[in-house]
Design a protein around this ligand. Structure first.
Ligand code: GRF
Length: 197
């Protein structure tokens, strides 16, 4: 018989800066989040977040989407790499690839994303510009389960910020990002504590 695991295992997928990944790693290292981070995987060799993860002693891998001639082949290489770590949850943290329905189905109920809007508002890109243009007085971020429809799965937690009269997309994005860094660890902790109840 295998021993029950004490902590949930995460694999985090990034494409760039990786500041959300960093907030999760830091929350885990301060024991605010009861998880083991098994690996950080990037689809871009130049993702800035890789260096932080390496310095934190986390396994890193690059699976460069440009080396694959179809989305299906890229996704199956990703799934093979991810599954080698046997994660409880797969965390998309600024991972900028559309995933195939097969991939999403394979991780059903354990694939999470953070999106910079109060879903279901402003799915897709340029959310901060669009929130300002729409005259919103409130904006924010959502952590949600990933389903086959883009930015559409059930919301786990949201964080709200005001939209101020002088805001441009950059100032609003910075206010939202600060909240994202609290929101993602909190949403993961919510799921992990449900798992162990
Ligand atoms: C964040 O704003 C996140 O909500 C969106 O992409 C951005 C990623 O930033 N999905 P980072 O790579 O985590 O710094």
């Amino acid at each position: 018989m295998t021993e029950p695991r004490s902590k949930a295992r995460l694999v985090i997928l990034i494409s760039g800066r990786g500041s959300n990944m960093r907030s999760i790693v830091e929350a885990a290292s301060k024991n605010e989040l009861a998880v083991d981070i098994a690996a950080v995987i990037s689809n871009r060799p130049d993702a800035a977040g890789l260096e932080f993860a390496q310095q934190a002693g986390i396994n890193t891998e690059v699976i460069d989407h440009k080396q694959f001639d179809s989305r299906e082949r890229f996704d199956s290489a990703m799934a093979e790499a991810i599954d080698a770590y046997q994660p409880d949850f797969v965390i998309l943290a600024g991972f900028m690839r559309i995933l195939t329905a097969d991939f999403v189905e394979h991780y059903s109920g354990r694939l999470l994303n953070i999106h910079p809007s109060l879903l279901p508002k402003f799915k897709g890109l340029h959310t901060h510009e669009r929130a300002i243009e729409a005259g919103e007085t409130e904006h924010g971020a959502s952590v949600h389960f990933v389903t086959a429809e883009l930015d559409d799965g059930p919301v786990i937690l949201q964080a709200r910020v005001p939209v101020l009269p002088d805001d441009d997309a950059d100032t609003l994005a910075a206010r939202v990002l600060e909240q994202e860094h609290l929101l993602y660890p909190a949403a993961i902790q919510k799921l992990v504590s449900q798992q162990t109840e």
